[in-house]
Each structure stands twice: as structure tokens, then as C-alpha cells.
Design a protein around this ligand. Sequence first.
Ligand SMILES: Cc1cc2nc3c(=O)[nH]c(=O)nc-3n(C[C@H](O)[C@H](O)[C@H](O)COP(=O)(O)OP(=O)(O)OC[C@H]3O[C@@H](n4cnc5c(N)ncnc54)[C@H](O)[C@@H]3O)c2cc1C
Length: 598
Amino acid sequence: MPIYKAPVNDTLFILNDVLSLERYNNLPGFADATGDMVEAIAGEAAKLAEEVLFPVNLSGDQEGCKRADDATVTTPKGFRQAYDLYRQGGWIGLAVPEEFGGQGLPYVLHTAVGEYMSSANMALTMYPGLTQGAIAAILVHGSDEQKAAYLPKMLEGTWTGTMNLTEPHCGTDLGLLRTKAVPQPDGSYKISGQKIFISAGEHDMSENIVHLVLARIEGAPEGTKGISLFIVPKFILKDDGTPGERNGVTCGAIEHKMGIHGNATCVMNYDEATGYLIGTENKGLNAMFVMMNEARLGVGLQGLSIAEIAYQNAAQYARERLQGRSLSGAKNPDGKADPLIVHPDIRRTLMTIKAWTEGGRAFTLWTALKSDIAHRSADEAERQAADDILGLMTPILKGVLTDKGFDHAVMAQQVFGGHGYIEEHGMSQYVRDARIAMIYEGANGIQALDLVGRKLGMNGGRAVMALFKEIGDFCEENRSDEKLAPFTKGLKKGLNDLQASTMWFMQNAMAKPDNAGAGSTDYMHLFGLVVIGYMWAKIAKAAEAGLAGGAGEREDFLKNKLVTAKFFMERLMPETALRKTRIEAGADTVMELAAEAF
Ligand SMILES: Cc1cc2nc3c(=O)[nH]c(=O)nc-3n(C[C@H](O)[C@H](O)[C@H](O)COP(=O)(O)OP(=O)(O)OC[C@H]3O[C@@H](n4cnc5c(N)ncnc54)[C@H](O)[C@@H]3O)c2cc1C
């Protein structure tokens, strides 16, 4: 049976030692997040993840969701009870401002505990996850009446949320969207059309479902300029605010799919359903982007979460499974064979996942902290600088951590040999679940294009220049520290490759955009290596400081950090040179063959 233990110590080390959370006490909500409080919250979240969500993960995968002839959808056994405990714990509103019924705690803390929930049960965590995204969109773009009508129940989790963008002929290219909205005399709209692949579109866990739906108002311009966003509740609210008449939105089918079987992926049919405009007419994509950006960080976190749980199981299996002898002499001489963990290739596999996952955790929390600063700082310059980095990091975090999440689930499965391929150990579920994160919320190729096509050049390259300076300054400031030299040297080399590739795009992609498209995925991964390398250099610095100050019980933990940091710099960081070479090869061979030649 699979195991899971939330990595609370690692989270606390990153929050306290690497990111120095206490330095941000001036931000609203941060003063409440004292060291003890953060530790207690992480501990409670770990308990919920390990004892409530995780026990129904494998069974949820096996059972899946079922749609009955009356279009109702049932979630797997135990999901409803587990979800009730999740929502009753107040986890949905952890970082939502208190004035709307949330707890107003830092988003970085919400992100930290979100990792545990997704590791323990990604399919189940998507129900509240989508609700959180919908809450964010209503908070930013909803009217006061809409906030009052929907947010309290969504924060409680008694109503859940969804996001409805995709249609059969329209996925990435939302300009093709056909769902239409017809204005009514009372100010509402009648929404008609079909949406597909809608996560948590219909289920039995909440009293109402608040669908956020993109549609085109009759007569609006074609393309993305004519798209508006609507709230379409499953049950229309009565005058007293409670759910009343059933709205004209139903689940036409649930998709049979590769993974996340516990999450209902629905075809949603809108037949003159009553909808209410959110924000301004034809500006629906702006409003939906609030939800999508939040969701992109959440999906990146899913990649990390699945890699973590797959790794934990692979590490345990490698310690227990006896096969072969160590190349350097028996390590288990009394046994018939040594455990897998003695073999260098198994260790390389585990170290690779470990180095990416621990570095990825720091990257995710560092980015979430930027979101806190961008939304809560009183200083406009500080807010803008943080928002720049958040925008730049969003496609990298989503694209890199989910590509790696899948790769690492496969690598962890490989540690089990044939036992990973059969269902018994649960490794197949991690591979299947991890795969979707590379696709939804903008397939990873689109994240890479967003990075090179939009984010790099934004505001004259302000964000990228600021980040290059920050990393360069870090290397410079720590250059003379002998203990940190192995880390700053590796990081500087990676940064040089990234800067050279950025320059190459500037010189070669303006006149020939295919050069940017052909190099975009390599560039996204090159950027990911450098940012996670930066995290490892920061981790190494914090570990050295901890050891110098008398580490006590944490001595092994901190020394292990230094070894893993070194592994990252020796074995993973050098990939920046390969990525740069590929980028500089340009688009010619990629574009040369005729379509029929493929
Ligand atoms: C399980 C599941 C859950 C989902 N949940 C939701 C949900 O809750 N709400 C929702 O609205 N949608 C949801 N989706 C839909 C998902 O977001 C889309 O599948 C995704 O955005 C891609 O759209 P598509 O499938 O139509 O692929 P397409 O847009 O047809 O793209 C196919 C491929 O071509 C690439 N591509 C497309 N255009 C370009 C371009 N211009 N340049 C380079 N490459 C390009 C893409 O990267 C992709 O790899 C879900 C999908 C699944 C499978």
C-alpha cells in the first residue's frame, strides 16, 4: 500500500530559514502568522492530508465518479466525508481577506499546506481548488451584491466553484468560443452552449455549484475581444439568498479519462441558463485571468505534489526491496541480497527527484510570497516589483513543475520495476494523475509561448532584468565565501546561459518569430533550472548559516541539504548548456518539412 508523510520540516525550513517569513510582519495577515502558528497550521494540514484525504486516494482512483440517468454525479465512496472535514477546517478561506469571511493569513502558507492536500489526494483537492479560483475572480471583478451573495457560502465550501472555458472546437484558442449570452430585461442573461472537460462540473459534495462561464453576448465582436464572464449557479438564488429553482445547466456526460478519476470531468450543457455578468462586458478574459493565474500556480503545485508522494514511495521501496549486490561489496551480508538503495543508478534516480522537488518547493513558496507582497504591500514600488516577478514566474512554475512532475512520477515508478507498472503499489495512479497537469490551465507549450512571447518583453523587459540582477548580485555577494563557491559558481554559469539565450531571442526572434516558438520550451526549462538553482544556492546559504549557529537536532537535515544542493549543481544545472545549444539552433530544421512529411 502507498505511504504519505507531509514534509512539514522541509516546509518550515524554507519558510523560516530560507525565506525569513518574519521579515514580512509589516504585510497584513503576516503578524498573525507567528512561528508557532505556522507550525501548528502546517501540522494540522499534514494530519488532514495524511489521515483523511490520503486514505481515499487509491479507492477514489479505482472507483471513479459516476453519472446517473438523471444527470446527477456521484463521487467515490468517502470523498464527501473527507471533503466535509476539509471545508469545516476552514482551509478554503485560509488566505482570503477577513472582511469576506476568510482568515486573511498569508497566501504563502495556503500554498505550503496546499501541497500536502494535492499529494494526498489530487482529484479530491481539485473541488476546493477550483472554488478558491472562482472566489479569487469574484473578489476582484464581482459586484458588491455578487460578493455578498456567493462568497460566504463558497468560503464555507457548502457551495463549490468551476471554471468553464473549453468547448469542443475551442481549447487554447478562446477567440473561437461560441457559447452565447442573450440580455434579459431584468439585467440577467440567458446562456446557451456546450462546455467540455469541466472539472468538478457536477457532483454530490455541495448544495450549490457556482459556474464561472465564458460566453459571447449577442452582437459582441468576434475573437477574444467579444468574450464576457458570467456567474451561472446550478440553483438560482431565491430572494433570501438560499438555493431555489434548478437552473438550465446540466451535466451531459462525464469523461472517461487517464487519471484523476475521483474528479468529475463533465460535459456541461447550458440551455438558456440564467447567468449574471461579472465585471465589464467583453472583458471576460481579463476577469477569467484572475482565476487562471491562481489556477496555474495551483497546477504547478500539483506537479510538485505528485512528484513528492511518488518519491516518498520509491525511496521506501528502495530501502526495502532486496535485489543484487552493491558494486562496492555487500551492504547486507546477512541477507541474500542488498536493498535497491545501494545501487548508484537507483540513487541517481532518487536524488534527481529529491533535488527537483525540494528546490521546486522553495521556488513555489518564494513565488507565493511574491504574490503576497504584490497584493498586500503598502509600498507601490515593492508591489510592482513583486507583481513583475510573479507574472514572469507563473508560466515557468506551471510548465516546468508539471513537466517534471510527470517525469518524476515515471522515474519513481521505474524504481519499482514491474511492480510499479501493475496497480498494486499505487505508482501507476501517480503517473496517470500527474499527466493532466501538463495539459490543463494552458498546455505547457502555451506556457512556454506566454513566457517568450509576452512575459519577457513586458514593460521593456523590466521583470527579467530585475531578476537577472537579483541572481547576479547574489552570486557576487557570496563569491568570496568558500563554502558557497560550489553553488554560486554553478548558478552563475546557468545564469550566463540564460542571459545569452535571452539575448539570442532579442537578436533572432523579432524578425523571425518561429525562432522564438521553436526555442520556447527549451527556454522555459532553462529558466526553470536557473531559478531552482537560485533556490538551491539560497538553501545552501541558509543551511551553512544553520550549521554555523549550532544546528543541534537539525544537523543531519542541514548537511543533507548541502549534499542535495551540490547534486543539483553538479548533475542538473549543466543542462542549461544543452538547452542554450538547442535554442540557438533556431527554427530552420523544425519548420522545413512539409506537413505531409510528418
Ligand atoms: C481532465 C481535464 C480537466 C479539464 N478541466 C477544465 C476545466 O475545469 N475548465 C476548462 O475550461 N477546461 C478544462 N480542461 C480543458 C483544458 O484546459 C484544455 O484541454 C487545454 O486548454 C487544451 O485545449 P485543447 O484540449 O482543445 O487542445 P488544443 O488547443 O487543440 O491544443 C492541442 C495542442 O496544440 C498546442 N497548441 C495549440 N495552439 C498552439 C499555438 N498557437 N502554438 C503552439 N502550440 C499550440 C497545445 O499546446 C496542445 O499541446 C480540462 C481538460 C482535461 C483533459
